[in-house]
Design a protein around this ligand. Structure first.
Ligand SMILES: [Zn+2]
Length: 177
């Protein structure tokens, strides 16, 4: 995890009272997804090597690569198709924030990309009428991004926290302890 992710997560911590993150290595094929469940909202935080989304980890160099990057950003913006929260919770997508220095997406700090690797962070906030009733989230990241193989999950639930792993082709993140 680089300084940028730490900063972004720190911002998330203040907003959603998330626990301090454990340092995590940048590993292609693996991404981290935190899910914070609160009565009025469910917030997902995605931390992924850019390679998982694009197949390259630098600014686009051609029209084709620029189109690929735009398509990835559009796909993540349409987060209610990537993440479907249990209907019982009455959630609606409220806000998506994407951050990736390599893609020119706004970042919280002017942190230079470290070495040959680059990441993308996304925050996906759903406003809910009964967020705490959410029993699951259906996650379509594996379908959308073939290079993504595994999600390391951290679930912050009203009754406590737990870690879990979602491995392709599974899609359901269970939110019940
Ligand atoms: Zn990389």
């Amino acid at each position: 995890m680089n300084a940028l992710s730490t900063l972004i997560l720190a911002a998330g911590l203040a907003a959603a009272a998330l626990p301090a993150p454990a340092a995590q290595a940048h590993q292609h094929g693996v991404a981290r997804l935190d899910v914070a469940v609160e009565p009025s909202r469910v917030t997902l935080y995605l931390y992924t090597p850019l390679d998982n989304l694009l197949g390259f980890e630098r600014a686009p160099r051609s029209d084709v690569e620029r189109q690929q990057a735009d398509a990835v950003a559009a796909r993540l913006q349409a987060a209610d198709r990537l993440f479907r929260v249990d209907g019982k919770a009455g959630c609606k997508l409220a806000k998506v924030t994407l951050s990736s220095a390599a893609l020119g997406l706004p970042t919280a700090a002017a942190a230079p990309a470290a070495g040959d690797h680059a990441d993308l962070e996304g925050r996906f906030e759903f406003a809910c009428t009964a967020g705490a009733s959410a029993g699951f989230v259906e996650v379509s990241l594996f379908e959308a991004f073939p290079q993504m193989k595994r999600l390391e999950l951290q679930l912050i639930l009203p009754r406590g926290q737990m870690k879990a792993t979602l491995v392709r082709p599974a899609t359901r993140v269970t939110l019940v302890r």
